[in-house]
Design a protein around this ligand. Sequence first.
Ligand code: FAD
Ligand code: SF4
Ligand code: SF4
Length: 433
Amino acid sequence: MHGKIMNASFDALVIGGGIAGGEAALNLANNGFKVLIVEKDLSIGGKMILLSKVFPTLDCSACITTPKVSEISRHPGITIFTGSEVKSISRKSETSFEAVVIKTPRYVIGEDCTGCQLCEQACPVLVHDQFQYNLVGRKAAYIPFSIASPRVAAIDIENCTLCGACEKVCPTKCIDFTQEEEEYCIDVKTVIIATGFNLFDPLKIPRYGYGTYKNIITSMQMERQLAPTRPFNTILRPGDGKVPDRIAYVLCTGSRDMTVGNPICSQICCMYSIKQAQLLMGALPMADVTIYYINIRSFGKGFEEFYDQAKGMGVNFVKGKIGKITENENGNLNLRYEDINENVVRESEHDLVVLSVGVLPNTDSKALFHDGDLKLDPFSFVDQADPLASPSKTSIDGVFVAGTATGPMDIPDSILSAGASSAEAISYLNRRL
Ligand SMILES: Cc1cc2nc3c(=O)[nH]c(=O)nc-3n(C[C@H](O)[C@H](O)[C@H](O)COP(=O)(O)OP(=O)(O)OC[C@H]3O[C@@H](n4cnc5c(N)ncnc54)[C@H](O)[C@@H]3O)c2cc1C
Ligand code: SF4
Ligand code: SF4
């Protein structure tokens, strides 16, 4: 059910408010253009805002993201719709597009919410917290996470029992269950696709036991445990809350693997696993950390040195392909693997296993262009029409792509790509003004 349909116009529409979309929007706005960011989550910042530290410098990810996110949200030239999605984009004229955007209700009047969290404390409903990758619970009335932007509560209406406890305690009376979905018809001159990437779902490899054995987690779940906005004050294995002391990483989970339909290298998993191993050595000095790998791809500036640093700190590197993971009675895990150097099959026991999950395409943007003329590449990422001369151009004139929407890449490359994309968009706009 829609509330009113509203019209608006902007110079540029940026789809996705991760680091790439945010950076592209800032560049456009700093050059005097009016920008709309449409973000489907309740906060901008994408995956970067949820990370611990970044390779290879070990700078704090949240400390880099939060000032950037705050600059984006305060910029007078940028409007942000969170909890929103683009339904369709069609060409209106040679120089403009019409985008239909759906803003889902938050059931909280954003301008009046102080972020006091009283609603959260009063709400009796507990569900999995998607921003902590299901490691802990959250309430049906909740602030997404402490450094969310905007730091405004939302009501998860699917799980809400409408008991009214949150309304009663809210000091500013900003909870509003009458809010309805809003539809906007937006006129834009250019579009930047910055919808990012999806993470590989390890349930697709049943022999690894993810989802069956509780002490197997994904790298994003470990990232959350190491982040400043972490769910616990230390590292815990989910099965019994024990602090682990023999941790294993399984690289290339869902990457370079035709059996799951993904032949490509995810480019970031080797390095983020080496980063996490170093952070774990700091957090749990007595723990053994072993990384099982097929090849270590430390291809970037400072990456090989970062790999050497991990070896120097005592991280074990085993060239081994994992065949199967099984669970012992005490919740520990047996890894059966092919020792590639020795050409023998071995077994080893660990008390926590981290699956270094790969980068998959987010194909959302394909369906937005009703004429069907947005091309994807053979791996289903947004196709770069001219990858060598103009890497941010897509198959549609006036539509550009930024960051991991074009393929796996790390944060510096996503920011570079956003720079290129916004520069192309600015030059496109200037040619048509
Ligand atoms: C475990 C892990 C650790 C990592 N560690 C590091 C590190 O240490 N250093 C490093 O350089 N990189 C690291 N990375 C990589 C880093 O996360 C990415 O390079 C970066 O997040 C890419 O930014 P992006 O904006 O392209 O995509 P994303 O971060 O995926 O952002 C995309 C945004 O678009 C939104 N969106 C998606 N679809 C739609 C839609 N249809 N409509 C509206 N909005 C939409 C999403 O909600 C999201 O906010 C790590 C990644 C993982 C998984
Ligand atoms: S009305 Fe819904 S969100 Fe509010 S306290 Fe009750 S269950 Fe929680
Ligand atoms: S909705 Fe009300 S109670 Fe909840 S955080 Fe906002 S101001 Fe506080």
